[in-house]
Design a protein around this ligand. Structure first.
Ligand code: GLU
Ligand code: ZN
Length: 292
């Protein structure tokens, strides 16, 4: 494992596609506890780069829900919708370094040719602005380490030239998340298990930005820790799409204790916490002992 000289810097990065529910609270609490257990900082970033999927007011609701659950963040909230210049610069510099290219393939065309994108446009020198931009993935990652999952062998899609900017001109999640985590000097990513394999592309891109000295710096690759997914009774992931109910501030303490149990924190010995702060103090200490 890479040893980080710097202080722990973690984050929670919700998309404003709906309010927090029991599943997203597990991700929020897990990343919060891990940061605080390491005497680290914990930042919040609203990933609002996909207007069609955004629900008006959801970002503010999420921030209020975090506060009512005692999950107070450090510094200012970062809004991805305000980071456009950074994404533009990243694309421009990757382009200069010949690490990305335009692609006008449709989904149907790609599918007809195989499961993963086959690099069809690599040498076509397209310039059209109404195309997708893909990362030229010449050094795909083979495996990586996750603190909770151990050794991870990358999936075949690891070798794909993944998308940095979509055909509809929206920034791809991979580009935005890596640019922003790297800019914030994030040392530790703690998030849901559904994003475990997205880490492959993200680490690859992070390394490429280091290689081209983007923002004139090298930032050590982050440590990763993917948390178990919360499933509903039907076995499906709890999600906004499955209409998981929004967290109710009135039951903040119960919500936190339920999320803590999902994270493997047993019932507190001293029962009868009355305030979320007391529970969180106990949970930080317990996490520190359990998950070093
Ligand atoms: N915004 C992403 C989501 O809500 C999470 C991004 C991340 O933690 O890297 O699923
Ligand atoms: Zn193409």
């Amino acid at each position: 494992m890479v040893q980080h000289a710097e202080r722990y810097r973690g984050r929670f990065a919700p998309s404003p596609s709906g309010p927090l529910h029991a599943g997203s609270l597990v991700a929020a609490l897990g990343s919060y506890l891990d940061a605080r257990a390491h005497q680290g900082e914990w930042f919040v970033r609203i990933e609002d780069i996909d207007p069609p999927r955004e629900v008006p007011g959801a970002a503010d609701t999420i921030l209020r829900q975090l506060e009512s659950h005692g999950l107070h963040w450090d510094g200012d909230v970062v809004w991805q919708s305000q980071q456009t210049p950074r994404y533009q610069r990243a694309i421009a510099e990757l382009s200069t370094a010949q690490r990305c290219y335009h692609c006008d393939c449709t989904r149907a065309q790609i599918k007809r040719r195989g499961t993963n994108y086959d690099g069809h446009c690599r040498n076509r020198q397209l310039q059209d602005q109404y195309t997708a931009i893909r990362f030229l993935n010449t050094h795909p990652l083979q495996h990586f380490h996750d603190r909770f999952h151990g050794h991870i062998q990358c999936q075949p899609s690891a070798t794909e030239d993944f998308i940095l900017r979509r055909r509809d001109q929206l920034w791809a999640y991979q580009l935005a998340v890596v640019c922003d985590d790297r800019a914030a000097g994030v040392t530790d990513i703690v998030r849901g298990e559904d994003l475990l394999h997205a880490s492959t592309w993200q680490l690859t891109l992070w390394q490429a930005l280091n290689d081209i000295q983007f923002d004139a710096k090298t930032v050590p690759l982050p440590r990763l820790a993917h948390l178990p997914l919360v499933r509903g009774r039907d076995g499906r992931k709890l999600s906004k799409q499955n209409h998981a109910p929004a967290l109710d501030a009135e039951t903040a303490l119960d919500n936190l204790m339920a999320a803590g149990r999902q994270l493997g924190l047993s019932r507190p010995e001293t029962e009868g916490f009355i305030r979320v702060e007391e529970y969180l103090t106990w949970a930080i200490d317990t996490w520190r002992a359990l998950k070093k």
